[in-house]
Design a binder for this molecule. Sequence first.
Ligand SMILES: Cc1ncc(COP(=O)(O)O)c(C=O)c1O
Length: 455
Amino acid sequence: MAYLNRTTEQWQEIDSAHHLHPFTDYKSLAKEGSNIIVKADGVYLTNTDNKQFLDAMSGLWCVNVGYGRKILADVAYKQMQELPYYNSFFKTATAPSIELAQQLAEISPGDLNHAFFSSSGSEANDTVVRMVRRYWDLKGQPNKKTFISREYAYHGSTMTGMSLGGMTAMHEQGGMMPGFAHVMPPYWYKYGQEMSPEEFGIFTANKIEEKILELGPENIAAFIGEPIQGAGGVIIPPETYWPRVQEICSKYDILVVVDEVICGFGRTGNWFGSDTYGINPDIITMAKGISSGYIPLSGIMVGKRVSDVLIDEGGEFYHGYTYSGHPVACAVAIENLKIIREENLIENSKNTSVYLNEKMKEIADHPLVGEVRMKSYIGCVELVKDKEKGTMFEDTGAVGTICRDYCIENGLIMRAVRDGMIFCPPLIFSKNHIDELVEKLKKSLDQTHNHINKN
Ligand SMILES: Cc1ncc(COP(=O)(O)O)c(C=O)c1O
């Protein structure tokens, strides 16, 4: 591809002249220039200056099987030659979409036996809202429209995803739609230190009940939550949280929707975060790890309670996307699931994460670190102003950004959410990769500490 033959400066110039990036401050990007990634293999990325980075974020929480899997490219190539596209509208289907739906039904929790496909997590959550509201209409309870979610939840960036999510900065741009409410998340380090984590889990789950009573159970369609809130800062709930949430939702006849976009496909040590936390969802949202990011694909798995009503009483469901069940994406996903299964990646990553947990104790001792929290291969190093008192920085996010930039300089990709340093490595991460991660993170923390003490 001839156009690839450009210098970093040329790329950066064209990039800022023509390309509006997602979640980006355009002025500062134009000043600093993008880090342009040209290739990747295993758990390493390479940029246009031939600099290598250890990717401790699996891209954007998605490359679960790691980079450079030629078999996924081969499957896509073969499927493109055989049948590059056909849709699933109007009583047609393609073989890969049917096969994938069946395989997903096998690995999904409980009686989630029907798949509805789309291309991104945001679209999948749009489908959730459309389908859940349709379900309650068919049940003769059309007032049950409101979704309860949590502050700091991330459910996507479309109007629906943004409204479902609990990011106030996003709500302020574009206007949240009516029919969505948010409650306190189970973020113990920030809000709950005067209670035990177990007490705080119950306390925050009870916030959902308070919201249900405030708005009226007859108006509430569903509660939606990520098993572990990812983009909100890897908020790991106390063990008491989900069982109480489940109890509250069944008490008031409210559907439980679990957004597995990050937690699905091995991230928390099981196929789904719902398995890890013993959640019995009515619907789950999936994306990212379903295809390990090699090709856009998402979907929802629907439980019997909802699918029975849609199928038996629904008539036509006026909803779907051109690319619902795209055959190439589904073929890649089938092969991706095969890799996860055959290489035993879920069990292996869960076992290796014990070593990561052990090594992170070295990080936890650092004067800047208030808490290290993790579950299998997802976690957060919370940077704080006062380690002893557990006080966070007032200028939220400034120190996190400094540390993130040092990590990049040191060849390590981690993400800063406020002042939390996030890790979410590919499931193939080995002990050597963990050693490299911890060494580079330690160096970056020292540099950050010196930086803020000097300024
Ligand atoms: C939990 C969760 N849900 C939904 C989404 C939205 O997915 P997408 O960016 O593919 O629209 C994300 C993206 O990070 C996510 O983390």
